[in-house]
Design a protein around this ligand. Sequence first.
Ligand code: DC
Length: 212
Amino acid sequence: MIIAIDGPAASGKGTLGKRLAAHYGYRHLDTGVIYRAVAKALLDAGFELTDEARAVAAAQALDPETFGDPALKSQAVGGAASVVSAIPAVRQALVDFQRQFAAGAPGAVLDGRDIGTVICPDADVKIFVVAAPEIRARRRTLEAEARGEPADEALILADILSRDERDRNRAAAPLKQATDAVLLDNSHLDIEGGVRAAIAIVEAVRAGRSRV
Ligand code: DC
């Protein structure tokens, strides 16, 4: 079984993906990390984020061993990933890796922006996670503070809004809800509530009901 979870920045889809995968005993891929790794490789080498040839080369040279690097989680790398991910040739270079991951046994949960629309259009279950931008900014601020990092909530909100705008309006695989995805608004749910709602969606879809 393949579960596709898409949604905007800081919507909690990564945590949800991880928790769903643990619940079902499936493997989990946070596909945002892939674009973050490409962006970080360019930043580290001092290359322009819009340098298509170098970005494609970085995508082709991707090493999954680096996906756990905590530096990939920073706000700066996330913003850079949003720029790099708008290059169609970069996206193309990363398709096979994601599809191969999705196809492996016993099942997989992938989260990102275009999993249900482009990478796994035949996913068994598709969930589109949203939350109000102000709530996402608040959560990001609390997370940063918990890590002991300084956080400016207004700047974080501005960053979330500009990333939403870029991710939704790019020509290549824009962020949008697949027609057969179930919407999950977790604005007023905590993590546990979100996980319960997601499991209920998976169970309902598996039971053949179109509505939860
Ligand atoms: O989910 P995230 O914040 O880690 O994603 C970082 C950026 O990568 C995001 O702004 C857009 C891009 N991305 C994408 O284009 N497609 C994906 N499947 C996942 C992420």
